[in-house]
Design a protein around this ligand. Structure first.
Ligand SMILES: *Cc1c(COP(=O)(O)O)cnc(C)c1O
Length: 235
């Protein structure tokens, strides 16, 4: 079931790339596995999936310890500074950096462990009060400040679009994030790249691909609904 869902989403992404005239290799599907048991991740791993997304540090670390080491772990949730030290040497990409203090902590811990951590800057393009993320007009300045820190490398931008019934309503936000990444690229800030755009979830990933997403983060459409009542992180 999970593997069929995964294949279907991959095919839908193929079609969206075709429609938008994009190279299929530019878009990576991240299986968002938060709250799901390791057995389900293992099943998808066997099927060929290597990119998994988690939003809690402890859960990511537990799954990291259990599953094969060639998995690329994506930290997609809000990250507290006191937990940075547990993941800097385990994650492939942190999608959710939205302050200088957090970036400084990542830099500090990365240097201690002698690694470079790749990050995205989370932008609240829809300006929802309930969401984390920077304002659009604060983003370039933060990136400039982070660009000089050792052990941390900005690779692009991420956004969490509003929950909507009709995915088309989010097209404007995906377009804004893409435009912002182009604007920042033109500022020619040293040591950063704007090549990655993390946007699109189960309800709107196809629109996001059409608007330039390089990572889509899909949970429910692969694994089914999440049950937050159960503690099943290490089954
Ligand atoms: C949970 C989550 C997703 C996946 O959402 P679905 O609607 O289940 O696909 C994507 N991005 C972030 C940041 C999430 O927390």
């Amino acid at each position: 079931m999970i593997t069929q869902n995964y294949d279907e989403i991959q095919k839908n992404i193929d079609a969206a790339c075709e429609k938008a005239g994009r190279e299929r290799a530019e878009v990576e599907l991240i299986a968002v596995s938060k709250t799901k048991p390791v057995s389900m991740l293992a099943q998808l791993y066997e099927h060929g999936c290597r990119d998994f997304g988690e939003n809690k540090v402890q859960e990511l670390v537990e799954k990291y310890e259990t599953l094969p080491k060639d998995i690329r772990w994506h930290m997609i949730g809000h990250l507290q500074r006191n937990k940075v030290k547990y993941i800097v040497d385990k994650v492939f990409l942190i999608h959710s950096v939205d302050s200088l203090r957090l970036a400084e902590e990542i830099s500090k811990e990365a240097c201690k462990k002698n690694v470079t951590v790749n990050i995205l800057i989370e932008v609240n393009v829809a300006q929802e009060e309930t969401k984390f993320g920077l304002k659009t007009d604060e983003t370039a300045e933060l990136i400039r400040q982070i660009s000089v820190l050792p052990g941390i490398c900005v690779k692009g931008l991420m956004t969490i679009a509003p929950y909507v019934e009709n995915a088309e309503e989010n097209r404007q936000y995906f377009r804004k994030l893409k435009q912002l990444s182009v604007d920042i690229m033109h500022k020619n800030i040293d040591n950063i790249s704007m090549g990655s755009l993390s946007m699109g979830m189960s309800g709107d990933y196809l629109v996001a691909v059409e608007e330039g997403a390089t990572y889509v983060r899909v949970g429910t459409s692969i694994f089914g609904e999440r049950d937050y009542g159960l503690k099943i992180t290490n089954v």
